[in-house]
Write a protein that binds this ligand. Structure first.
Ligand SMILES: [Zn+2]
Length: 405
C-alpha cells in the first residue's frame, strides 16, 4: 500500500521552540525595542488566572512541563506552581491569582508569550474539566475517548491532561504508550454491523481478543438496550465484565431510566457482576443523573477533549526591579500561599516569607516555585503517576472541606 507521508497542518517542535507560532505584534515590538536599545530591559511578567469556565471556583494547572521545555535554554527564569496544583481564580480577598512568573530581559522571551500561554491554557482547561468530572464521579471509572474529536497531533497532550486530572485510562494507543498504560476500550458498532449479528460479534470478541482485556459488550446496535444487555449476559456469562450503551440522541427519552432498567433486569437474572458503562455526550451537566441511575463508568469524549481553554494572561508587573502594571493588574512579584489544613489561599508580596494562616494559624505553603533558572531546569520533573496522585490528594482534601465545583 502507498503510505506517502505529507506534512500535516501543524507546527513542529522546532517551529514552536523557535517562536514561529508567535503573534506578529511581538516580532514588531522586538524590532522597535532593538532599534531603541531597550531590548535588554529587565522585566518580571506575571501569569494570572482569569475567570474559570462554568463559574467554577477552582482549576487544575497543567502543561507546566511543556512550558519548562519551551523556556529551557533561554536566558530567563521561569517560576510556576507545581504541575497538577489546584488553584483558584482569586484568593480569599478576591485578588486575581498569579500562577507563575517569567523573569529576565524582555527581548529574550517576548515572542514566547503566545506559545507559553497556549501550552498552559489548553492543557489546564482539560485537566480542570477532567478533575471536576472526577470530583463529581469520585469512585466511578472515567475513560478518555475524545481522540476522534480533536486534531491527532495533540491527542497525547489531551489524554495526558485528562489522565493527570483524575481519569482512569485512555483509548488512544499512542497516548496510552506515552502514559505507560494499557489502552482501554470496548468495541465499535462497525464490528457488530459487519459481523451482522450482535451475539456473534460479542462471542467473536471473547474468542479472539487477549483474555486480559475486559469483555465489554456494546448493547445498542439493533435492539433495545435492556434486551441486548440480557442477550450479552446470556452469551458471555461470567466472562462479561460490562455492557456499554452509546444510545443515539433520537432514542434518549431518559438516559437515567434506561440505565435503571438495564440494572434491574441484569440483577433480577443473576448478572449483578455486569457493569454498566455509558458513552456518547457525557458531560459535567448530565454525569450525576447517570451515576444516580446506576452507571458504573463512562467513556468521555468531546466534553473533555474539547474542554474550554483557561483564560490565563501574561503581564509585566516589574520593570528594572520596580513594580509597574497596566490598569486592572496589581503590580510587583507575589507569592501564593495555601494553608495545608483549611486550603485558604492568600497572595502576598514576594518579599514576605513565613506566612501563617489567618484562620487556623498553620504555616502556609508557598505554591510558586522556580522551575527554570537561566535556562536550566531547576526542579525534579515529577512522574505522571505522582502528578495524578497529587491532583487526587487535593481533590480528596476539598471533598473533606466540603467545597463545591
Ligand atoms: Zn488554615
Amino acid at each position: 500500500m502507498d503510505k506517502r507521508i505529507r506534512d500535516f497542518f501543524i507546527a513542529t517542535g522546532r517551529e514552536i521552540k523557535d517562536g514561529e507560532t508567535t503573534d506578529i505584534y511581538f516580532i514588531r515590538t522586538v524590532e522597535i525595542l532593538k532599534k531603541m536599545g531597550k531590548l535588554d530591559t529587565e522585566v518580571a511578567m506575571e501569569i494570572t488566572s482569569g475567570k474559570l469556565p462554568f463559574g467554577w471556583t477552582w482549576g487544575i494547572l497543567s502543561g507546566t512541563l511543556e512550558a519548562i521545555r519551551l523556556l529551557e535554554g533561554m536566558d530567563a527564569d521561569l517560576y510556576l506552581m507545581d504541575e497538577g496544583t489546584l488553584f483558584k481564580p482569586v484568593d480569599e480577598l478576591g485578588r486575581r491569582m498569579p500562577i507563575g512568573y517569567l523573569i529576565g530581559k524582555y527581548g529574550e522571551f517576548a515572542i514566547y508569550e503566545t506559545p507559553l500561554l497556549g501550552l498552559l491554557c489548553q492543557s489546564s482547561g482539560i485537566s480542570t474539566y477532567a478533575a471536576h468530572l472526577r470530583y463529581m464521579a469520585w469512585d466511578k471509572t472515567l475513560l478518555s475517548f475524545g481522540a476522534r474529536r480533536m486534531h491527532p497531533a495533540i491527542t497525547p497532550m489531551i489524554d495526558y491532561a485528562a489522565y493527570i486530572g483524575g481519569f482512569d485510562g485512555v483509548s488512544s494507543v499512542l497516548s496510552a504508550k506515552k502514559l505507560g498504560l494499557e489502552p482501554q476500550g470496548t468495541m465499535p458498532h462497525a464490528l457488530i454491523i459487519i459481523i451482522g449479528d450482535q451475539v456473534e460479534a460479542w462471542k467473536a470478541f471473547d474468542k479472539y481478543i487477549d483474555k486480559k482485556v475486559k469483555r465489554i459488550a456494546l448493547i445498542d446496535t439493533f435492539y433495545d438496550e435492556k434486551i441486548e444487555a440480557l442477550m450479552a449476559a446470556d452469551a458471555l456469562g461470567d466472562n462479561l465484565f460490562g455492557v456499554r450503551i452509546d444510545t443515539p440522541k433520537s432514542r434518549r427519552g431518559n438516559i437515567g431510566d434506561i440505565i435503571r432498567e438495564i440494572r434491574w433486569e441484569l440483577d433480577l437474572r443473576g448478572y449483578k457482576h455486569v457493569k454498566i458503562l455509558v458513552s456518547g455526550g457525557v458531560n459535567h451537566e448530565n454525569i450525576m443523573e447517570m451515576i444516580e441511575a446506576g452507571a458504573d463508568g463512562f467513556g468521555i469524549g468531546t466534553s473533555v477533549s474539547n474542554a474550554p481553554t483557561l483564560d490565563l494572561a501574561l503581564d509585566i508587573v516589574e520593570k528594572e526591579g520596580s513594580p509597574i502594571a497596566k490598569r486592572g493588574k496589581i503590580a510587583g512579584r507575589k507569592q501564593v500561599y495555601r494553608c495545608p489544613k483549611c486550603y485558604r489561599y492568600l497572595i502576598k508580596p514576594y518579599s514576605e516569607k513565613k506566612v501563617k494562616c489567618d484562620k487556623c494559624g498553620a504555616e502556609m505553603e508557598a505554591l510558586i516555585k522556580k522551575v527554570v533558572e537561566k535556562g536550566e531546569i531547576a526542579i525534579e520533573i515529577p512522574s505522571i503517576e505522582d502528578t495524578r496522585n497529587y491532583v487526587l490528594q487535593q481533590l480528596e482534601k476539598i471533598r473533606e472541606l466540603g467545597w463545591g465545583g
